[in-house]
Design a protein around this ligand. Structure first.
Ligand code: MG
Length: 181
C-alpha cells in the first residue's frame, strides 16, 4: 500500500516529467528552424527519455497499488533567443527537477517509505547526469561565442550522434515499447 502523501508527490512528478518532454520537444523545434538537425536530434531523444521517466513513476504507482492521477501538462516556453539560451534554460529546468526529486525523497524519508526511497535513488543519480549534460553543452556553446561557424557545425554533428536507449528501470516493463522511438 502506497502512502497517500508519497502517492501525491509521485503523481505530481509524472506531470513534471511529461512537461520536461514537452519543453525539450519545443526546444528541438527551435533547432529544426535553424537547420541544426543534430541539436534537434539530441533534444528529441531527451524528450523521449523524459516520457520514459514519467512512465517509470506511473509504473511504480501501479506496482505499489496506488492510484494514478494524471494532471494537466502546461505549455512550455517558446521564446528562445539562441542555442546557448536554449541549453542554459534546459540546465535551469534540470535544477528544478533535481529539487523536485529531492522533495519527494524528503517525503519518503519522513513517511518511512523505504521502497520509494530505493526507487528514487536511480533518479537522484540520473539528475547528476542530466545537469552535467546540459552544463557541458552550455559551456561548449559559451566557448564558441556568437559567431560560432565551423565549431557550431562540429558540435551539431557530435550531438546528432546521440541514440535513444531505454532507461534501465523501464526495461521489460509495460510501456517500454510505447516509449521507444
Ligand atoms: Mg527527467
Amino acid at each position: 500500500m502506497l502512502n497517500p502523501r508519497v502517492a501525491k508527490a509521485l503523481n505530481e512528478q509524472i506531470v513534471k516529467e511529461y512537461y520536461s518532454a514537452w519543453l525539450y520537444l519545443q526546444m528541438a523545434a527551435w533547432f529544426e528552424r535553424e537547420n541544426l538537425k543534430g541539436f534537434a536530434q539530441w533534444l528529441r531523444i531527451q524528450a523521449q527519455e523524459e516520457s520514459c521517466h514519467g512512465l517509470i513513476f506511473y509504473n511504480y504507482i501501479c506496482d505499489r497499488g496506488g492510484d494514478v492521477k494524471l494532471g494537466a501538462v502546461g505549455a512550455p516556453d517558446q521564446s528562445f533567443k539562441s542555442a546557448l539560451d536554449v541549453f542554459e534554460r534546459g540546465l535551469k529546468h534540470e535544477y528544478t527537477v533535481t529539487a523536485s526529486i529531492n522533495d519527494i525523497m524528503d517525503v519518503a524519508v519522513k513517511e518511512r517509505d523505504f521502497a520509494t526511497q530505493s526507487m528514487l535513488k536511480w533518479f537522484v543519480e540520473e539528475q547528476v547526469e542530466e545537469e552535467a549534460n546540459f552544463g557541458e553543452i552550455s559551456s561548449k556553446l559559451k566557448l564558441l561565442g556568437a559567431k560560432a561557424g565551423d565549431g557550431m557545425l562540429f558540435l551539431d554533428k557530435e550531438l546528432g550522434a546521440r541514440a535513444f536507449s531505454l532507461p534501465p528501470p523501464l526495461v521489460g516493463k509495460f510501456g517500454a515499447v510505447a516509449a521507444a522511438p
